[in-house]
Ligand binder design. Sequence first.
Ligand code: HEM
Length: 418
Amino acid sequence: MSEAAIEKLDLANSDPWSVPLDKIDMSDPSLFQTDTLWGYFERLRKEDPVHYCKESMFGPYWSLTKFNDIMQVDKNHAVFTSEPGITLPDRPEDFQTPNFISMDPPKHDVQRKAVTSVVAPFNLAKMEPIIRERVQTILEGLPVGEVFNWVDLVSVELTTQMLATLFDFPFEQRRKLTYWSDMATSGELAGGPTPEPVRRAALLECLEVFTGLWNERINNDPSEDIDLISMMAHNPDTQNMDPMEYLGNLILLIVGGNDTTRNSLTGGVYFLNQFPGEYDKLRANPDLIPKMIPEIIRFQTPLAYMRRTAKEDIVIGGKTIKKGDKVVMWYVSGNRDEEVIDQPNEFIIDRANPRHHLSFGFGIHRCMGNRLAEMQLRIAWEEILKRFAKVEVVGEPVRVQSSFVKGYSELNVIVHPH
Ligand code: HEM
């Protein structure tokens, strides 16, 4: 065991207000698994909003915890680069999977533009009836009156089906998408339990399957493209990607569209049970769904942070961030910043300005799939309300051990039909 490991405090079992400031390391995944992060973030926002952590499992890094500081950095891509990556761990040099979330202009802009039309309003409108039908089938199949895991039977299933739609991926093999997404975000380097060789093997399998689909579609008529693989295969800006770049962009879309929406769908059920007055409001007025969706996304913050790296020395909040330093924008904390959001720790489904949150980021990397995610969640809630008087949570959720993907592996519920 290294000295750093011996000295490291058990933050999840300590008092956030009495731990020495320089021992606070918000990248510690156990804070997220045990849901003990909130006191630490509140303290940092008050006492040290631009916080330096000298030692962590990912090395030294800065934490930004206030809404406006985060927005300022997210918009400043000239000084804060997304290269070489947007999570704290640096990926091993011999297994780089470049993708446009980890690129700066001009390459970022070109690659984003090449795939962005798959989530354009025109395509979303085409997807809406397919998604609705799939939601209906999933909900109709739920075991009424029995305890079951909402994450598995609804959230994972639904987001996986939606991804299969986006890629026009063989429907019966769709759970592979979930598996690859899990492998991409859970590695030893990301603080997760999967050994690196297993992770690599899974991602190479992903590449192999998708290369097969690419080869099948490359000669199809481009004017009929509605899936992402065909779009990438036919677009001059993406058709010459090398294999690892193709893999990188696939992983980006799989992870982007998978964990995030999945955890918002679980979070919504959990929050409505934690705030039963809001559930009553919703039942009385289902027209509140479109306002509730962004509130769920704020309250959940499915990606806890994005990382940047400073390209030059810069002062923020009186602290000098040095060229080369890693900077973490903690969206999860900015979304609870009491100076910007009224009663931030309350889940309120009819807020005046619910889209004013950081969960999708800001600036040139702002989430490409935000409207798709909102549409999916809206449809899911419309169909849930039609069928069930209540989705009752019957136990505390099991949370994922990650300080990046903020989510759940289990939420036991019973559904009560009307
Ligand atoms: C509630 C659901 C979602 C959340 C919270 C979310 C969150 C985010 C965040 C925080 C970023 C980075 C923003 C930044 O650096 O400023 C991002 C980027 C991205 N998201 Fe999402 N996302 C969601 C759903 C989706 C879906 C469904 C897709 C699938 C199409 C998707 C695809 C992407 C892509 C491709 C990027 C990279 C954009 C770029 O670098 O230009 N996301 N998302």
